[in-house]
Ligand binder design. Structure first.
Ligand code: PEP
Ligand code: MG
Length: 811
C-alpha cells in the first residue's frame, strides 16, 4: 500500500483534513503522515509555516510503503516539499501532487486503501475536483484584462496573469529583480514572469533568474500568480512595474570621453566628476578557483551542504548589516547583493552539486557562480554589468568556507588611486574618500555600481579604461572623472595645475560670498550617524533633520523617551550650533500605517506633513515634548519647523504650540505655492522659514516629483519657482525673518548663487555637496548674486535661466 504525506502550514488544518479522509475508510486505511508547521515559538505556540526537513523525515518514515504521495496546501508548502526531496534518504518512489488539498487527500486515501499503485492514486487525487466542477456552473478564471486566463489543463489553483510593460530603461536588472523577488507574497503566490519577446520564463523568487531573462525597458512581460492572494500580489507587482522600480528619473549616462591621446588610456568613460592624482594601488587579487577534490562520501554530503548554506547566510547577513549602516545608493546596492548571497539561482545549484555529486562546498559555489556569470554575460548590456556582483558574492562565500580573508580594497593610510578590473558593490560601498582619491576600472559602464557609488561618495571615477591594470602599483596617475582622462606619470606642470585648482574636496566650515556676506552652509540629515558625518564634513549646523527615520517601518509612534534619546544623538554632534528639527513629514512618498490614510486618491495633495496632526494631534504633541526635552539637555541651538504648511493660520498655530512647549524658535517650511504667495503675512507669524524646494517645485509645476517623465518640469530653475522663491526672499527682508533653503536646489552651486541673490540667508544640503557650493559662493559678491538672480527670474525657461545666471557671473 502507498503512504501519504500531508504538507500544510497549519498542523490543525492538516490533522482535521486527515481525520476527515480516514473517516472515509474506517478499516484498512493507508498510513497518512502530517508534516506541518515550522517549529514552535519560545512560548511553545506553533509557528505557521512549513519545513523541508520535517517533510523529508515524514517521507523517510514511509520508506517501507510502495510509494509516497505528497499533498501540499499553499505556495511555500510546495517549495518545502520540493526541497525535501533533496534531503530524503529513503529510496521509496515519491510523487508530489498538484491535487487540491482536501479533495485530493480524500480521493487519494480512498484509492490507496483499495490497494492502487502510486500512479493511480496520484491520478485519482489530481482529478478530485471533477465532481465538484460538474456540480457547479463552470466559471472560467478571467485575467485582469478581461480575457480568459490561459491556465493549465486542470488547475488546482487557477493562475491569474497580467501583461505589463517594463517602464524603466533597463528592465529587470539587479535592483528591480531584487525588489520584485522580495515583494510580499511572491513566493506564496508562485509568481512567474514570462518575457514576451523570447518566451523565457523565470520564477520571481529568484533575482538571478529574473535578471537572466535579459529584459529591457519597453519589453512586455506576462506576470502570473496563483492562490487566493494572486490578485493582491499582482496589484503590488503592477504598481512596482508602473513606478519603473523607482528608476524613471535615472540620470542620463555621462557622455563618452574624448578620444584618448598619448599616455592616456583607450576608451575610458568619466562617470564621477572631479580630478585627483595619486599612486596606484591595485585591488587585492580575487581568490583562485578551489581545487577539485575527490567526491565527498554520501554520509557527509548533507552536512557539507548545510555548511555551504550557513556560509551563504553569514555572508548575506553581513552584507545586510553593512547595508543598514550605509546610506543612499550604497545601501540599496548592498541590500541587493545580500539578497544575491542567498539567491536560490546560485545557492540551490551549489547545494545540489554537494548533495548529488559530493562536490566540495567551495568548489560547488565556484562552479554554480561560474554558470551564472556565463548566463549574465551572455545576456549582455546592463545585465552583464552584474557579473561583478556574482563574483563578489562567490568570493565572499568561498572565503567564508575556507577561512581565508576576503579580497577587496586594501587599507592604506596614504591617499591612493584604486585600479581594478571592476569593483564589487561591497568594495565600492566601503571605500573611504579620504584615502581613495580616485577610481579607475577596466570594466563597468556608466550604470555600474562603481559609477553609482563613486558619484554618491564624491570620488572621481573613470570606467572602461582598458589596460589600466597594466599600470604598476606605485605609479602616479592623474584621473579626470569628468572627461574620463587617465594620465599615467603626469608632468610636474600637470600636477602643479591640479594643486592650483580650487580645493572642492573639503569645506572650511564657513560659508560666505567673496565680499564676506555670510551664508550659513548646513547639512540635511536623517539620523545621529549622519549628523556626526555632517559635523566631520564641516557643516555649520543641521538645516534639516528629517525625523521620519524614527517612525518609518514601525507599527506605532516611538515613545517620548526613545525620541529624546534619538534627537539628543543628533544635537550632540553640533554643540552650540544650529539644529533645525522638522516635525514628522508622513504621507505621499513617506506613508506611515499608523498616521496616514490608506488609499488616498491623491496622497501628495492629501493628509500629509503638518496636516496629519489634524487626526493625530497626540503624535505632534509627543514629538514636540521630546524635542523640547532633548533641546534642554543639549547645548545645540534647536529650532523646530513644520512641513507642508499652506495657510497663515496653520503656521501661527504651529508656532504658538511650539512656544507653549518651551521651544523658543519655531518656523515652517515653504513647500506650497500658497505659503510662498502668502509669505508677507506668513513670515510675520513665524520665527524663520525654510524653503523646501523639492516640494515647492512639484506643487508649483503640478508635476509629481517622483515621475521621471516630468523631470524637466520638476526643475527648481523653472522661472515660476524662482519667482516664488523671490517673493519669499523679499518678504524675509521686509519682515526681518530668516529664510533658508533645505531642498536639493541648495546643492546646485550655480543655483545656490541665485538663491542667495533672491534673499536666502542659509543653505542646507547633503554634506557631500557643501565643498562645491562653498567654493562657488566664495567666487562671487553679493551684488553679483543679485544680478544673477534678476537674470534668472526674468528668463522664460530653466535653460535660459541657467544661461543668463552664468552670463551674469561672467560665463
Ligand atoms: C523639500 O521638499 O524640499 C524638502 C526638503 O523636504 P522633503 O524632500 O523631505 O520632502
Ligand atoms: Mg518636502
Amino acid at each position: 500500500m502507498i503512504g501519504i504525506v500531508v504538507v500544510s502550514h497549519s498542523a490543525k488544518l492538516a490533522e482535521a483534513a486527515v481525520s476527515l479522509a480516514l473517516a472515509m475508510v474506517p478499516s484498512g486505511h493507508p498510513r497518512v503522515l502530517v508534516a506541518a508547521g515550522a517549529g514552535v515559538e519560545r512560548d511553545g505556540s506553533a509557528i505557521i509555516g512549513t519545513d523541508a526537513t520535517v517533510v523529508a523525515a515524514a517521507i523517510d518514515e514511509l520508506s517501507d510503503t510502495d510509494g509516497v504521495l505528497v499533498l501540499m496546501d499553499l505556495g511555500s508548502a510546495v517549495l518545502s516539499a520540493e526541497l525535501a526531496l533533496e534531503f530524503v534518504t529513503a529510496t521509496v518512489p515519491v510523487t508530489l501532487s498538484a491535487a487540491p488539498f482536501v479533495e485530493g487527500l480524500l480521493a487519494a486515501t480512498v484509492r490507496a486503501a483499495g490497494g492502487a499503485s502510486l500512479a493511480e492514486v496520484a491520478a485519482e487525487a489530481e482529478s478530485a475536483l471533477t465532481a465538484k466542477r460538474g456540480q457547479l456552473a463552470p466559471a472560467e478564471p478571467v485575467s485582469a484584462a478581461g480575457q480568459p486566463a490561459a491556465g493549465p489543463a486542470a488547475p488546482a489553483a487557477p493562475r491569474r496573469a497580467r501583461r505589463l510593460v517594463l517602464r524603466n530603461r533597463l528592465g529587470l536588472h539587479a535592483r528591480p529583480a531584487a525588489l520584485l523577488a522580495s515583494e510580499n507574497g511572491v513566493g506564496a503566490a508562485e509568481v512567474q514572469v514570462r518575457l514576451e519577446r523570447t518566451g523565457a520564463v523565470a520564477s520571481a523568487v529568484s533575482p538571478t533568474a529574473l535578471m537572466g531573462l535579459g529584459s529591457r525597458g519597453g519589453d512586455a512581460v506576462e506576470v502570473s500568480a496563483a492562490g487566493s492572494q494572486a490578485d493582491e500580489v499582482l496589484d503590488r507587482i503592477e504598481a512596482l512595474v508602473e513606478s519603473g522600480f523607482g528608476e524613471l528619473d535615472e540620470p542620463a549616462s555621462p557622455s563618452a570621453a574624448p578620444a584618448p591621446t598619448g599616455r592616456e588610456l583607450a576608451q575610458p568613460i568619466g562617470v564621477s566628476p572631479g580630478r585627483a592624482a595619486g599612486p596606484v594601488v591595485h585591488l587585492a587579487p580575487a581568490l583562485d578557483a578551489p581545487v577539485e577534490a575527490p567526491a565527498l562520501p554520501s554520509d557527509q554530503r548533507a552536512l557539507a551542504a548545510e555548511r555551504l548554506e550557513g556560509a551563504a547566510s553569514t555572508v548575506s547577513t553581513r552584507l545586510a548589516e553593512r547595508a543598514e549602516s550605509s546610506e543612499g545608493a550604497a545601501r540599496d546596492i548592498l541590500a541587493a547583493t545580500a539578497l544575491m548571497a542567498t539567491d536560490p539561482g546560485l545557492i540551490d545549484a551549489a547545494t545540489a552539486a554537494v548533495r548529488d555529486r559530493g562536490t566540495e562546498p567551495a568548489r560547488a559555489v565556484w562552479d554554480a557562480a561560474g554558470a551564472l556569470i556565463d548566463l549574465l554575460a551572455g545576456v549582455g548590456g546592463r545585465t552583464a554589468e552584474r557579473v561583478a556582483d556574482v563574483r563578489d558574492v562567490r568570493d565572499r562565500i568561498v572565503a567564508e568556507l575556507s577561512g581565508r580573508s576576503v579580497p577587496g580594497v586594501p587599507e592604506r593610510a596614504e591617499p591612493f588611486v584604486l585600479i581594478a578590473r571592476d569593483l564589487a558593490p561591497a568594495d565600492t560601498a566601503t571605500l573611504d574618500p579620504a584615502s581613495c582619491v580616485a577610481l579607475v576600472t577596466e570594466e563597468g559602464g556608466p550604470t555600474s555600481h562603481t559609477a553609482i557609488i563613486a558619484r554618491s561618495l564624491g570620488i572621481p571615477a573613470v570606467v572602461a579604461a582598458r589596460g589600466a591594470l597594466a599600470i604598476a602599483e606605485g605609479t602616479t596617475v592623474l584621473v579626470d572623472g569628468e572627461t574620463g582622462r587617465v594620465t599615467v606619470d603626469p608632468s610636474a606642470a600637470e600636477l602643479a595645475a591640479l594643486a592650483m585648482a580650487p580645493d572642492v574636496s573639503a569645506f572650511t566650515g564657513h560659508g560666505a560670498t567673496a565680499d564676506g556676506h555670510p551664508v550659513a552652509l548646513m547639512a540635511n540629515v536623517g539620523s545621529g550617524e549622519e549628523a556626526q558625518a555632517a559635523a566631520r564634513g564641516g557643516a555649520e549646523g543641521i538645516g534639516l533633520l528629517r525625523t521620519e527615520f524614527l517612525f518609518l517601518g514601525r507599527a506605532e509612534a516611538p515613545s517620548v523617551d526613545e525620541q529624546v534619546a534619538a534627537y539628543r544623538g543628533v544635537m550632540a554632534a553640533f554643540p552650540g550650533r544650529k539644529v533645525v528639527v522638522r516635525t514628522l513629514d508622513a504621507g505621499a512618498d513617506k506613508p506611515l500605517p499608523f498616521v496616514t490614510l490608506e488609499g488616498e486618491e491623491n496622497p501628495a495633495l492629501g493628509v500629509r506633513g503638518l496636516r496629519t496632526a489634524r487626526r493625530h494631534p497626540d503624535i505632534l504633541d509627543a514629538q514636540l515634548t521630546a524635542i523640547a526635552e532633548a533641546a534642554a539637555a543639549e547645548t545645540a541651538r534647536v529650532q523646530v519647523m513644520a512641513p507642508m504648511v499652506a495657510t497663515v493660520e496653520e503656521a501661527a498655530a504651529f508656532v504658538e504650540l511650539c512656544h507653549r512647549k518651551g521651544i523658543a524658535t519655531a518656523g515652517v517650511m515653504i513647500e506650497t505655492p500658497a505659503a510662498a504667495v502668502s509669505a508677507p503675512e506668513l513670515l510675520a507669524a513665524v520665527d524663520f522659514a525654510s524653503l523646501g524646494t523639492n516640494d515647492l517645485t512639484q506643487y508649483t509645476m503640478a508635476a509629481d516629483r517622483v515621475v521621471g517623465e516630468l523631470a524637466e518640469l520638476n526643475d527648481p530653475w523653472q522661472p515660476a519657482v524662482l519667482r516664488l522663491i523671490g517673493t519669499v526672499g523679499a518678504a524675509g527682508a521686509t519682515t526681518r525673518t530668516p529664510v533658508g533653503v533645505c531642498g536639493e536646489a541648495g546643492a546646485d552651486p550655480l543655483l545656490a548663487v541665485v538663491l542667495v541673490g533672491l534673499g536666502v540667508s542659509s543653505l542646507s544640503m547633503a554634506v557631500r555637496a557643501l565643498p562645491r557650493v562653498a567654493q562657488r559662493l566664495g567666487t562671487v559678491t553679493l551684488d553679483e548674486c543679485r544680478r544673477a538672480a534678476e537674470e534668472a527670474v526674468a528668463a522664460s525657461s530653466p535653460a535660459e535661466a541657467r544661461a543668463r545666471a552664468r552670463a551674469a557671473l561672467g560665463g
